[in-house]
Design a binder for this molecule. Structure first.
Ligand SMILES: O=C(O)CCC(=O)C1=CC=C[C@@H](O)[C@@H]1C(=O)O
Ligand SMILES: [Mg+2]
Length: 375
């Protein structure tokens, strides 16, 4: 397959309401929609980097820079047989996982469309439906979060993830358990807001039957997490600490976690996500698909990867209407049954782009064709 052209559109997509976590507040997505063209077919991918480097080191601007300067020229100048070749071509470039994933995801979609199969099928997925969880931000009071969760439970979401930070943690979890009882599938995500100095406080969370605690300690740590996991019965789940298959291998070996959140962008794409999935399966470590407030394009990629067998925990693959007044795909990503999304069976991502919506959100557009630049 020869990639003839790559297009990038930068879009500003406002969230229905602000979302707060310990790392700051989000009010809109500022992201890149990437299209790759070959032999009349077009594949789509999405950059999930945030505009600010508070979740990880990448931003919308760094992704744009890496795409233009290195990744797109490499792709345009090297014919590929399959999407796995893209990961191999990008391997000499260190990190910049979200930039790599945006382009690699578009090639996976293109590849599946050329073969006339769904992206899920191309990835080796077997599920026809996936269970869906929802991520709930920090609010001004425990009551406000409880109220939000009431709505999501009524919608049928299969897992509730609440954001915690020091000062908004134990009372919140206690309030939720009081209101919904012990059977509510509940977890907490700290986005690295704690250190081992707060060990006693973190250990208190063991009393609330949480499915897991996501990334309680530093974003670049696996050693302290291992210390913590050895002293807690609640499974620790790693998010920010895992960027590659090798990171996961080391974390599993150390006992730093019992669950891994696979975010396709954070680990550099679908090929690496698949490898990570297989590694975790071999070690009896369940995985789930985390979200980055994706538009329908990124959401469709997340649904496809979640169709693999070891994605046994509902992911943050909420519906389009959870975050957007109008998504950029049509139809929007919505439940087939409460809490359940159908895995699309049409070619590629299985959703069409709504170009009128894209046009209304677009703040920049660029196109790249074969050059003589060699990297
Ligand atoms: O996309 C979703 O629904 C989940 C969003 C979400 O919880 C997160 C996205 C990005 C950074 C964090 O705030 C958080 C996470 O860490 O998982
Ligand atoms: Mg997280």
């Amino acid at each position: 397959m020869k990639i003839e052209k790559v297009e990038i559109k930068r879009l500003h997509l406002p969230l229905k309401e602000a979302f707060e976590a310990s790392i700051g507040q989000q009010t809109k997505r500022d992201f890149l929609l990437v299209s790759v063209h070959s032999e009349g077919e077009v594949g789509y991918g999405e950059s999930v980097a945030m505009p600010t480097p508070f979740y990880n080191e990448e931003t919308t601007e760094t992704v744009l820079y890496m795409l233009e300067t290195f990744l797109i020229p490499i792709l345009l100048n090297n014919p590929i047989e399959s999407p796995e070749d893209v990961a191999r071509l990008f391997a000499p470039i260190r990190r910049n996982q979200m930039a790599k994933a945006a382009l690699e995801g578009a090639v996976w979609d293109l590849y599946a469309k050329q073969k006339g199969i769904s992206l899920a099928h191309a990835l080796g997925g077997t599920r026809k439906e996936i269970e869906v969880g929802v991520s709930v931000g920090i609010e001004k009071s425990v009551e406000e979060v409880v109220h939000k969760v009431e709505g999501f439970v009524a919608d049928g979401y299969k897992k509730i993830k609440v954001k915690i930070k020091p000062g908004f943690d134990i009372a919140l979890i206690e309030g939720l358990r009081k209101r919904f009882g012990d059977s509510l599938p509940l977890m907490a995500d700290a986005n690295s807001a704690y250190s081992l100095d707060q060990l006693d406080l973190i250990k208190e969370l063991d009393n609330y039957n949480l499915i897991m605690i996501e990334q309680p300690l530093a974003h670049d740590d696996i050693v302290d997490h291992a210390r913590l996991q050895h002293q807690m019965k609640t499974p620790i789940c790693l998010d920010e600490s895992i960027h590659t298959y090798e990171d996961a291998r080391r974390a599993i070996e150390l006992g730093s976690c019992k669950i891994i959140n696979i975010k396709v962008g954070r680990v550099g794409g679908l090929t690496e996500s698949k490898k990570l999935h297989d590694l975790c399966l071999a070690h009896d470590v369940p995985v789930w698909c985390g979200g980055m407030f994706e538009s329908g394009v990124g959401r469709a990629h997340n649904i496809a990867i979640t169709s693999l067998a070891n994605f046994t925990i509902p992911g943050d693959t909420a519906t389009s209407s959870r975050y957007w007044e109008q998504d950029i795909v049509t139809p929007g990503v919505e439940f087939a049954k409460p809490g359940i999304l159908a895995v699309p069976v049409g070619p590629g991502i299985g959703y069409e782009i709504n170009w009128d919506v894209v046009k209304s959100l677009q703040v920049m557009e660029k196109s790249y064709e074969q050059t003589n630049v060699s990297i």
